[in-house]
Design a protein around this ligand. Structure first.
Ligand SMILES: C[S@@+](CC[C@H](N)C(=O)[O-])C[C@H]1O[C@@H](n2cnc3c(N)ncnc32)[C@H](O)[C@@H]1O
Length: 190
């Protein structure tokens, strides 16, 4: 990511390895399988594992990533799977749209930014959330649910934690010799 990894690091990694992050977590799949379908904005969509999964379920998906290679790989896969995704190459703080979304997904994006940028991003995207829409945030162990809930106190709206799910089905990446767990939270502004 911009702050931790430098501007072009994911392009190079994605070019070297297709489907780098593997399948969507089982916990993510179960959640969105059950959730009412609608529009979804996948921010930092990478090579599109979540976007493609959601599109196959019937969500209308917009995917944004600053890695052109990731977006191209995702659109190729979407075409192969015969689903449509609106894929855009943009920095998360530069993306502009008039649309509102029922679901906004941040899967392993926010932890790459420092707290002020995380807050800026959450502020910006809370404004694109449709009424009763949800934000789904997946983050690694060095962050906590409280970190995000306390940050959301300064984002307009009254934020409610709908779900907190420990993600155990984290696909192993090459070279990993430990089992990682992540946390997935689902929040809604009431
Ligand atoms: C750890 S990957 C996760 C990808 C995807 N969400 C997934 O779980 O498979 C983080 C992604 O965020 C993207 N990213 C990092 N900083 C970004 C920024 N400022 N704007 C848009 N995308 C960014 C990277 O290119 C990368 O694809």
């Amino acid at each position: 990511m911009e702050e931790k990894h430098g501007r072009d690091s994911f392009d190079k990694m994605y070019d070297e390895k297709e489907k780098m992050f593997g399948h969507p977590y089982r916990e993510f799949q179960d959640y969105f399988n059950e959730y009412p379908k609608g529009s979804a904005l996948d921010l930092g969509s990478g090579q599109g594992r979540d976007s493609i999964f959601l599109a196959l379920l019937g969500y209308q998906v917009t995917a944004v990533d600053n890695s052109k290679i990731g977006i191209v790989q995702m659109l190729r896969e979407a075409q192969a799977q015969k689903v449509e995704i609106d894929g855009l190459v943009a920095y998360v703080l530069d993306y502009e749209t008039e649309k509102q979304f029922d679901n906004i997904i941040f899967d392993m994006l926010l932890h790459g930014f420092g707290k002020p940028k995380q807050l800026e991003i959450l502020n910006k995207y809370s404004g694109l959330l449709a009424r009763k829409g949800i934000m789904c945030i997946v983050f690694p162990d060095d962050l906590t649910t409280n970190h995000f809930m306390s940050m959301l106190k300064s984002v307009s709206g009254d934020w409610k934690l709908l779900d907190e799910i420990i993600v155990k089905d984290v696909p192993k990446m090459e070279g990993d010799d430990v089992d990682f767990t992540f946390t997935m939270i689902v929040v809604q502004s009431t």
